[in-house]
Ligand binder design. Structure first.
Ligand SMILES: Cc1ncc(COP(=O)(O)O)c(C=O)c1O
Length: 374
């Protein structure tokens, strides 16, 4: 059997990694400023993370959600403490798409409606409702197009007010900082208008923090830069530092009932151990502050490079915009400079999504390499 060929692959085979360092099968070293698409939050093979998972594996890897699992409770408690979102309940699943799928489902259950407001250049995943709320027709199959989604331009106050006044919608879903789309974000005024109007019209506000959450923006959640409180927050990526895990934080005003949501693998023992290890390291190594400080340092350095036309994003969720398409630059960065970076729907944007414990020296190395590649 061969692999279903859906990924255009670089000819690099990583076999070992530590922190932001990655080695390929020939022993060549690379620096990972992409974090496997914003997934690596505390660094590859962090010793505390490895220890926690190994210990859990020796105890028990999995049991279903039909029995008590104190690890899930410990995780919910720690997540509430660190994020400041104590007035939410946690439901665990396995990926970002699944998180958004459950968030959209909750919004529909809650309101009895099905229409969704999403935004231009959004990306929410590839499952049924999540992909329908993703602004990319090429990944929406006819079966996905049954969902009714209205795409509005980000930060268009009039278009938003007009749509929400219709009282047809169950939810507004948005990324607090757009990832795949290219690092655009709602202004504070726009976010606050959305929150206010959602309350007035009993529309569920979903903040997709799958990529921007877990400290990457310099606060635990990126919506916290804007003084609003979403109804549901979706999480994944940095949550497990590579272990496949996701979840939604559901405001306590939503009442659960048995069977409303469910999953076989979600919240399993290994996923909880990985997720707890991530939170413990984020806290003990002050990585959210580090993301904020190093993000500021990165911007200072970027300002010294004339080819960079704009720096977008917050913390260590950064996009560098050039006045040319960056596919070749990204290729040079990986094949010649041995540095992983990311791309976006905006083809002129190079994305920087490293682990949150990088240092100023790492950033210096990145810019030295970027200058050479330019
Ligand atoms: C903002 C956002 N939401 C959802 C997803 C989907 O996550 P997953 O690939 O884990 O399903 C992604 C993935 O890139 C994302 O960036």
């Amino acid at each position: 059997m061969k692999l279903f060929d859906v990924y255009p692959l670089y000819n690099v085979t990583p076999v070992k990694a530590k922190g932001i360092e990655v080695w390929d099968d020939k022993g060549e070293k690379y620096l990972d400023f992409y974090g496997g698409h914003a997934v690596i939050s505390i660094g590859h093979t962090h010793p505390h993370y490895v220890k926690r998972i190994k210990e859990q594996l020796d105890q028990m890897a999995f049991y279903s959600n039909s029995v008590q699992n104190p690890l899930q409770e410990a995780l919910a408690q720690k997540l509430g403490d660190l994020s400041g979102c104590e007035n939410y309940d946690l439901f665990m699943c396995n990926s970002g798409a699944e998180a958004n799928e459950n968030a959209l489902k909750m919004a529909s259950f809650h309101t009895g409606k099905s229409k969704v407001i999403a935004f231009t250049n959004s990306f929410h995943g590839r499952t049924s409702a999540a992909v329908a709320a993703t602004d990319n027709p090429s990944i929406n199959a006819p079966i996905n197009k049954q969902q009714e989604v209205t795409f509005l331009p980000l930060n268009d106050f009039d278009a938003f007010e007009k749509a929400i006044e219709s009282d047809e919608y169950c939810t507004v879903i948005l990324e607090a900082i757009q990832g795949v789309g290219g690092l655009d974000e709602p202004t504070t005024e726009f976010f606050q208008l959305i929150a206010k109007k959602c309350k007035e019209h009993n529309v569920v506000l979903i903040a997709d923090e799958v990529q921007s959450g877990y400290g990457r923006s310099g606060k635990f959640f990126a919506f916290q830069h804007h003084g609003i409180e979403p109804d549901i927050i979706s999480i994944a990526k940095g949550m497990g530092n590579g272990f496949p895990v996701g979840g939604i934080l559901i405001h306590e005003k939503f009442k659960p009932s048995y069977g409303l949501l469910g999953t076989t693998f979600g919240g399993n023992h290994l996923a909880c151990a990985a997720s707890l290890a991530v939170l413990e390291v984020l806290e003990s190594e002050n990585l959210i502050e580090n993301a904020s400080e190093l993000g500021a340092y990165f911007r200072e350095k970027a300002a010294e490079i004339p080819e960079i036309k704009k720096v977008k994003g917050r913390g260590l969720m950064i996009g560098l915009e050039f006045d040319f398409e960056v596919a070749d630059l990204r290729k040079k960065m990986i094949l010649e400079q041995h540095m992983f970076t990311g791309s976006a729907k905006n083809k002129k944007l190079l994305r920087f999504l490293p682990a949150l414990n990088i240092t100023k020296e790492d950033i210096d190395l990145f810019f030295e390499a970027l200058k050479k590649a330019l």
